[in-house]
Design a protein around this ligand. Structure first.
Ligand SMILES: Cc1ncc(COP(=O)(O)O)c(C=O)c1O
Length: 373
């Protein structure tokens, strides 16, 4: 699905040098690369504060802790997302309220969001799924009306430009009170291990977020609030700081690959190519098709591709509201027809920075062979 090996080979000299420098400095935790990367990342996203942490799941958890959400508070989130988004809600004893996604963009449907708000709702967590933004302009407007916090789960869309209706642009992750991201190796900005970050423009929130990532510590051995141990180590920060310089180039390569896939699949009656919402510039963390038919037909395609040595993935085969971990919330009965429909029809094809035309031609030809059988 990804080719991080070839991507590494292209920048090997710089990466190896940076890693060696960290080893020679022995400043493995909280070293200079962590501070340099945090500053460069904040600049790139266009926020006052970027707070590195251990992974994207922690980033979400720490965001909810900093907002002082209390047990029983309701947090509205899509069910059609990676489990990390919803898991941390339950982990903090908050109540996940699963909301429907838009059938075209796969992201939170703002109209359905309105109807999910109750007196207990405290926060909304939209997810910029597969590299495309949720409709943040509408979501923020609803949140303002109801005085709710918004945390953007930007794990899959780092570098995505959001375009407001007045034409102004900003990066996803910088729009809400807090944005979070993941540097899991296959992400658009991937570390050589785990990593994550939290974004905010609010100085007080930033101070709290920083403290929570480091045992609630205001100064060494003084722990004012409950926190956790969630630090990005110096080695990952040094690697990410180099890769950050290439992020726009990586996004360009992904968009080019997506364009080429699109050209192969355009107007085919048995599939739908990824929708490109007018309010953002898709960064194609995934290239995800909808296959017309049922789950068995879609799964048949996955098997046919595997037989031809082409990987493909179903993100995600079981939506959040049907996961066993949420049984106590009775969420399996929630009526989410679009989410259920998508779960049975989506399939993601290989998508990364190193894909060339021949590879895409081959993959597309096998997809079409199956559909045209
Ligand atoms: C949408 C989404 N949220 C959160 C996460 C969690 O990130 P991590 O794996 O770094 O904990 C991921 C990725 O894995 C993700 O795709």
């Amino acid at each position: 699905m990804v080719d991080t090996q070839t991507q590494y080979q292209r920048i090997k000299q710089d990466i190896d040098k940076a890693v060696l420098e960290v080893m020679e400095s022995s400043a493995f935790i909280n070293g200079k690369p962590v501070h340099d990367f945090a500053a460069n990342l904040a600049d790139y996203i266009g926020v006052k504060h970027a707070i590195p942490c251990a992974n994207g799941t922690d980033a979400l958890q720490i965001a909810m802790m900093a907002l002082e959400l209390q047990p029983g508070d309701e947090v509205i989130t899509p069910s059609f997302t990676y489990i990390a988004t919803t898991e941390v809600i339950a982990l903090l004893k908050l109540t996940p309220v699963f909301v429907e996604v838009d059938a075209k963009s796969f992201c939170m449907d703002p109209e359905k969001l309105e109807t999910a708000i109750t007196a207990r709702t405290k926060a909304i967590v939209p997810v910029h799924l597969y590299g495309q933004a949720a409709n943040m302009e509408k979501i923020m407007e609803i949140a303002r009306q109801h005085k709710l916090y918004v945390i953007e789960d930007n794990a899959q869309a780092i570098g995505c430009n959001y375009v407001f209706s007045d034409g102004s642009k900003t990066k996803t992750g910088s729009i809400a009170q807090i944005g979070t991201t993941s540097f899991y190796p296959s992400k658009n900005l991937g570390a050589f291990g785990d990593g994550g970050a939290i974004f905010t423009n609010d100085d007080e929130l930033a101070r709290k977020l920083k403290m929570i990532t480091n045992h609630g510590q205001s100064k060494q051995y003084y722990h004012d609030i409950v926190g956790c141990n969630s630090r990005l180590d110096s080695m990952q920060a040094a690697i990410l700081d180099i890769k950050l310089k290439y992020l726009d180039e990586y996004i360009k390569a992904r968009r080019k690959a997506a364009d080429h896939y699109d050209s192969k699949f355009l107007d085919h009656p048995k599939l739908r190519i990824p929708h490109r919402a007018e309010f953002c510039e898709h960064v194609f963390h995934q290239y995800t098709l909808i296959i017309e038919g049922d789950a068995a037909y879609r799964d048949g395609l996955k098997q046919y591709l595997a037989d031809n040595k082409i990987p493909a993935m179903i993100y995600y085969p079981v939506p959040g509201h049907k996961q066993g971990m949420f049984n106590s919330f009775n969420s399996s009965h929630v009526d989410l027809p679009v989410t259920n429909w998508l779960t049975e029809r989506v399939i993601s094809l290989p998508m990364h920075t190193e894909l060339d035309k021949e590879q895409i031609d081959f993959i597309a030809s096998k997809v079409l062979d199956y559909l045209n059988k």
